[in-house]
Ligand binder design. Structure first.
Ligand SMILES: Nc1ncnc2c1ncn2[C@@H]1O[C@H](COP(=O)(O)OP(=O)(O)OP(=O)(O)O)[C@@H](O)[C@H]1O
Ligand SMILES: [Mg+2]
Length: 234
């Protein structure tokens, strides 16, 4: 069974802007999928539906076969981890350790397990020893990594990352690519970084004007120059 399914999803913002015009897709456990598309394509709007931050107006989203609704949001958010484009939307505690521990504590894990997980997550994102630092005072790239740690620590089945490489230096970007390649969970990565998509993902979706324009193996989609040009990706 797919771990994540989107069926005929439509979404119109209160301003009247129609951001999604009937999107359907499925992601299998452990699959790595890049979500490409020009600015304004609807990528972030789609992503906000995947763990119920936006609730479906038309169509549905299913996690492990279960329709995402208000009643199961806690479970959905444990299974689907979302990394926001702006880390300031993800970090709000006084220290990095408290931010990373926030989700596991909420899940009711005991403090020893929380500490173990926090240590592992910070190690994985290359921030060991940052436990007592103030998130507010971290550099952009450090904030980005800390925000990824807050999701990684939940050990989700699917990690959804919206523009994860933005603001990272070349070494940080390489580290992120290695980190993503090493994760056991399924991935959906919205990015404008085609090289990263190629390195991390086996499948590519192109979203344009709120509709899927392509869904195929990474080598096929990224070799189709005409398709990339048509959707502002080359
Ligand atoms: N909060 C909002 N209120 C009204 N319209 C919005 C809102 N957020 C996004 N939109 C509109 O919805 C459409 C899709 O935007 P979205 O942010 O999902 O695109 P995106 O593919 O993530 O773009 P980018 O690559 O620039 O991040 C755009 O036309 C955008 O202007
Ligand atoms: Mg976006």
């Amino acid at each position: 069974m797919p771990v994540l399914e989107v069926e005929s999803l439509e979404y119109k913002y209160p301003t009247g802007v129609s951001a999604l015009g009937g999107v359907s897709l499925a992601i299998e456990p452990g699959e790595r999928v890049a979500l490409l598309g020009p600015n304004g394509a609807g990528k972030s709007t789609l992503i906000l539906h995947l763990n119920g931050i936006l609730l479906c107006q038309q169509g549905e989203v299913r996690v492990d076969g279960d329709r995402v609704e208000k009643r199961n949001l806690a479970e959905v958010r444990r299974k689907v981890g979302l990394v926001f484009p702006n880390p300031d939307d993800q970090l709000f505690m006084a220290t990095v350790a408290e931010d990373v521990a926030f989700g596991p504590r909420n899940m009711g894990l005991d403090e020893d397990e929380v500490d173990r997980r926090v240590g592992r997550a910070l190690e994985a994102v290359g921030l060991p020893g940052f436990e007592e630092r103030m998130p507010y005072h971290l550099s952009t790239g450090e904030k980005k990594r800390a925000s990824i740690a807050t999701v990684l620590v939940m050990e989700p089945d699917v990690m959804v990352l919206d523009e994860p490489a933005a603001g990272l230096d070349p070494r940080g970007r390489k580290g992120l690519i290695e980190l993503l390649k090493g994760l056991p969970c399924a991935l959906l990565v919205a990015t404008h970084d085609l090289a990263m998509a190629r390195e991390v993902c086996s499948r590519v979706l192109i979203l344009d004007g709120g509709k899927l324009a392509a869904d195929g193996p990474v080598d096929d989609v990224l070799a189709d120059t005409e398709l990339l040009l048509e959707h502002g990706l080359a």
